[in-house]
Design a protein around this ligand. Structure first.
Ligand code: ZN
Length: 283
């Protein structure tokens, strides 16, 4: 059965309806409190999670209490230009292979954390984020799903001036300012979705829809990304893949638009949930 794992107070919880169940306590200590350890034991967690839901345990919570659902990944990959319509709006050629960059893990933040603006050039990118469960290297596309714990929503906030600086832009710094990687609100196992390869995702700013796409428009789908990345790097539990953003980003608009202090950014994927970040000045 599908499970949803969220983190509060540094401890892994199952989301059961509108309640949180502390995994370590409710399992009598047989499962870990640490979210990274819980991801490494995802199959055990799923087997146990059915019973926890049926028992109706847990306590009510507010989404603002949730922490980063994957707090300490060793690797956070980003994929540029992975939606056909987004590649077209940037004027770029469709890439022959995935264009991969790094979001350094220190940029990760909670689902309702403020996004701190270092400049007037910060842009939005709602993204499906893959969370690795079982590690591995040289993973076949056909077996990729067995290595995925689940999906969460991510925002790939991007400082466009830093991202595009220099003759051969490298994206990683412009996408790694502190607070530039909110994820969550929970890691949702793939069996929660009727079709995990066709999910609607939206980015709404101050109530206005800026991005509205579907993951079936991905150029390189999730199984291919897992296979290609694992051919280079051994994937480990909790590693994250930001899979790319659909069209509607600020820098492609005419005139270009960027975030201003006070803007409220809501990033949502159907069947997973919503991130809600308020932009604030850097102090
Ligand atoms: Zn992105």
């Amino acid at each position: 059965m599908a499970i949803r794992m969220a983190v509060r107070g540094g401890r892994a919880h199952l989301v059961v309806g509108d309640r949180l169940v502390d995994i370590e306590r409710a399992s009598g200590g047989t499962l870990p409190a640490d979210p990274m350890e819980a991801l490494a034991r995802w199959d055990d967690l799923r087997a146990w999670g059915d019973g926890a839901g049926a028992a109706g345990e847990g306590e009510p919570y507010d989404v603002r209490e949730l922490d980063v659902c994957v707090p300490r990944p060793r690797k956070v990959f980003g994929i540029a230009l992975n939606y056909r319509m987004h590649a077209e709006e940037t004027g770029a050629q469709l890439p022959p292979s995935p264009a991969v960059f790094t979001k350094f893990p220190s940029c990760l933040s909670a689902p309702t954390a403020d996004v701190v603006l270092p400049s007037e050039f910060v842009d939005w990118e709602v993204e499906l984020v893959v969370v690795i469960g079982r590690g591995g290297s040289r993973i076949d596309e056909s077996g990729a799903a067995d290595h995925i714990a689940g999906y969460c929503v991510g925002q790939d906030y991007s400082e466009r001036r830093v991202q595009n600086a220099g003759a051969r832009p490298q994206f990683s710094l412009g996408k790694s300012y502190d607070t530039f990687g909110p994820i969550g609100p929970a890691v949702v196992s793939l069996d929660a979705f009727a079709d995990p390869d066709d999910l609607g995702l939206t980015c709404v700013i101050n109530g206005e829809t800026k991005q509205d796409g579907r993951t079936n428009d991905l150029i390189f789908g999730v199984p291919e990304l897992v296979s290609r990345l694992s051919d280079v790097c051994t994937l480990e539990p909790g590693d994250l893949i930001f899979t790319g953003t659909p069209s509607g980003v600020g820098q492609a608009r005419k005139p270009p638009e960027f975030l201003r202090a006070g803007d409220v950014v809501e990033s949502a994927i159907e069947g997973i949930g919503t991130l809600r970040n308020t932009a604030v000045e850097r102090r």
